[in-house]
Write a protein that binds this ligand. Structure first.
Ligand code: MF3
Ligand code: CO
Length: 254
């Protein structure tokens, strides 16, 4: 069942989204060679709690941290460790925040220092795919129009779309219907209606799309060890078109 949100709920999600966006921008500033993933997680958690937010991931199905931090070949759900960022890494940081009972979810993949041209292209294409997907989040379109647009951008650049991980509805729960795959045929899936709120999140690999789950039963990497990127925004379908709820006007966010 897809839960459509009231105008007031969408405004509440936008407030949560602003805090998500601000937190990711802060983490992007801190993410320099030498900082550990655990340090980043602690910084994020205190930043969020000081502002009245609750990290949605922490405790979600037993997940132990505020951030999911997934470096290099890791795609998503990396549990922060004592790994220290190194020059040339690409690091995906994924964050959900609950504020006054409403959730916003966003991810950004940062380059640490100077990164390779191929890595930069992977990040650019993933971000471009996210924008193309959001653009399809319009009344009268269908869910798979989003994935189709994402897939086009990613595959025409020669990269691959991860199939086994998908975007999702979001609102009072972290993961609501519908699933939002990053691939598909135009016109498939549920019709998009005003008030639907979706976390759109392309996860792409430089190599093959297959994934492996690590022994911690959370972190997931590309099976071939190729670099991976992940960008995510929470957006609302409105009569006026797609509204991104996790972007700020200034700073690093799309
Ligand atoms: N923010 C993640 C998502 O995009 C949530 C992962 S669940 C967690 O859906 F518990 F690992 F945080
Ligand atoms: Co999400």
């Amino acid at each position: 069942m897809i839960i459509r949100k009231s105008q007031a709920e969408i405004e509440g999600m936008a407030r949560a989204g602003e805090l998500v966006s601000d937190t990711l921008a802060m983490i992007g500033e801190e993410l320099r060679p030498g900082i550990s993933m655990l340090e980043l997680d602690r910084l994020a958690e205190s930043y969020i709690r000081e502002r009245g937010g609750v990290p949605t991931s922490k405790g979600y199905r037993g997940y132990p941290a505020t951030l999911c931090i997934s470096p290099n070949a890791m795609i998503v759900h990396g549990i922060p460790t004592d790994y220290r960022a190194a020059e040339g890494d690409v690091v995906s940081v994924d964050l959900g925040i609950t504020l006054d009972g409403l959730i916003a979810d966003s991810a950004y993949t940062f380059g640490v220092g100077e990164i390779s041209p191929e890595a930069q292209q992977l990040l650019d294409v993933c971000q471009e795919a996210l924008v193309a997907g959001i653009e399809q989040a319009r009344v009268g379109n269908h869910v798979a129009d989003i994935g189709h647009a994402i897939q086009q951008v990613v595959e025409s650049a020669g990269f691959s779309v991860v199939r086994s991980l998908v975007g999702h509805g979001v609102g009072r729960a972290y993961h609501e219907d519908p699933q939002v795959p990053n691939f598909g045929e135009p016109g498939n899936g549920p019709e998009l209606l005003p008030g639907m709120t979706l976390a759109i999140e392309p996860m792409i690999n430089a190599g093959a799309p297959e994934v492996v789950m690590h022994a911690d039963e959370w972190s997931i990497s590309s099976a071939d060890g190729s670099l991976s990127a992940h960008f995510e925004h929470t957006g609302a379908v409105t009569a006026e078109g797609p509204r991104v709820l996790t972007a700020v006007a200034s700073g690093v966010r799309t």
